[in-house]
Design a protein around this ligand. Structure first.
Ligand SMILES: Cc1ncc(COP(=O)(O)O)c(C=O)c1O
Length: 367
């Protein structure tokens, strides 16, 4: 059977944008999680130098890139990684989209991708794009329900995805448990930790705190430093997995542009801009959560990430999204975009300037 790509999820939101457009100032778009705040100036200055633009960059990342990343992981999560425990990727979406296919080349007898039933859509799409099966894992009491995984699916699994803090739910998972589940069954666990800097319940966590064996942590500069346009991230962890993927990805020609590598090294060497960004998101989440609650929307503060995962009794996600577009021009993502289990929710990303969110909040309070 030939493959036709489905519509890109966010292309389905035009109907909501039309509803929001009836307000003065037009839609307040909180649907896609794209950063809106300024990136650090020192990073852009480094980028402008064009360091390394003449020759080909290394696929695994320059020594400076990997050293700055390792140092960040070590100070942020109390690890003792070396530069050889990790390698670069071109933003994490491409890695999410193709890692299962590469793991399948290594273990052709396995054909299944396990992923959270409410999650970033690319985990499942990565399986589809490699001709593999994707099997959702239920979320029970806010964690991956590992006991509910069919033993037959576990035997066929190439990878178990964890995502903590989660997009879209903002939940924190039990990464130690996920790591040990994978180790017991020989299933690599890839922990997507791209929102780790924005952890509200306690300190940021990495799966690598529970050992490197059989696991990878995946990180991105996109959200940490408001640099989604640069396209850079990295994966770190199990020596055999990192070395296999580093080699396959070099053969396939994946390379982060050299001036971007130099700029990203500057970003990972600095924490201050992240501290400031964290406070911006925290205050937006608090303000919008209160305003939404004032109109009967259940909008709890998340444990992490910069999304509100909201519901209103008697409404499904599309109905609630339409209501918010009509009431206050907010364009939000219906939860169905993240899996059928999310159908009664909407996700609201705190990616509009403060004054635009305040305008939406005022309209809600006045309604
Ligand atoms: C959970 C999750 N993983 C990965 C990504 C991809 O980020 P990037 O490709 O910018 O690194 C996103 C982006 O929204 C995300 O929410």
């Amino acid at each position: 059977m030939s493959f036709s790509p489905p519509p890109y999820p966010y292309e389905r939101l035009d109907v909501l944008k039309k509803l929001a457009d009836t307000h003065d100032g037009g839609p307040i778009d909180c649907s896609i999680g794209t950063p809106v705040d300024a990136p650090p100036a020192a990073v852009l200055e480094e980028l402008a130098k064009g360091t390394g633009a003449r020759g080909y960059p290394t696929s695994q990342g320059s020594p400076e890139y990997r050293a700055s990343v390792a140092a960040w992981m070590n100070r942020r999560f109390g690890l003792s990684l070396s530069s050889n425990d990790l390698a670069a990727c071109i933003g994490t979406k491409e890695f999410v989209g193709n890692v299962a296919g590469y793991l399948h080349l290594r273990s052709p007898e396995r054909d299944t991708v396990l992923y959270p039933s409410i999650s970033y859509p690319t985990y499942a799409m990565g399986a589809t794009l490699s001709g593999l099966r994707s099997v959702p894992v239920a979320i029970t009491n806010g964690k991956l329900d590992l006991d509910a995984i069919d033993p037959n699916d576990a035997e066929r699994a190439l990878v178990l995805w964890a995502n903590s803090p989660s997009n879209p739910t903002g939940l924190l998972d039990d990464l130690e448990r996920a790591a040990s589940w994978g180790r017991q069954r020989g299933v690599p666990v890839v922990s997507d930790e791209c929102y780790a800097e924005f952890t509200w319940a306690g300190r940021p966590r990495s799966i690598l705190e529970h050992g490197l064996d059989g696991v990878l942590a995946l990180h991105s500069i996109s959200k940490r430093s408001n640099l989604a346009g640069l396209r850079a991230g990295f994966y770190a962890g199990d020596e055999t997995l990192v070395s296999y993927l580093r080699s396959v990805r070099q053969h396939a020609g994946f390379m982060v542009a050299a001036p971007v590598q130099a700029a990203v090294a500057v970003a990972y060497n600095d924490d201050e801009h992240v501290n400031a960004q964290r406070e911006r998101y925290r205050s937006r989440l608090t303000m919008m959560s209160e305003a939404l609650r004032s109109v009967g929307v259940d909008a709890p503060m998340p444990e992490g990430a910069f999304y509100l995962w909201c519901s209103k009794s008697g409404m499904d996600g599309w109905e609630l999204a339409a209501l918010l577009a009509e009431k206050c021009a907010l364009v939000v993502s219906p939860g169905e975009l993240y899996g059928d289990d999310g159908a009664n929710f909407v996700r609201i990303a705190m990616v509009q300037p403060d004054e635009r969110l305040e305008l939406a909040a005022e309209r809600l309070r006045a309604s």
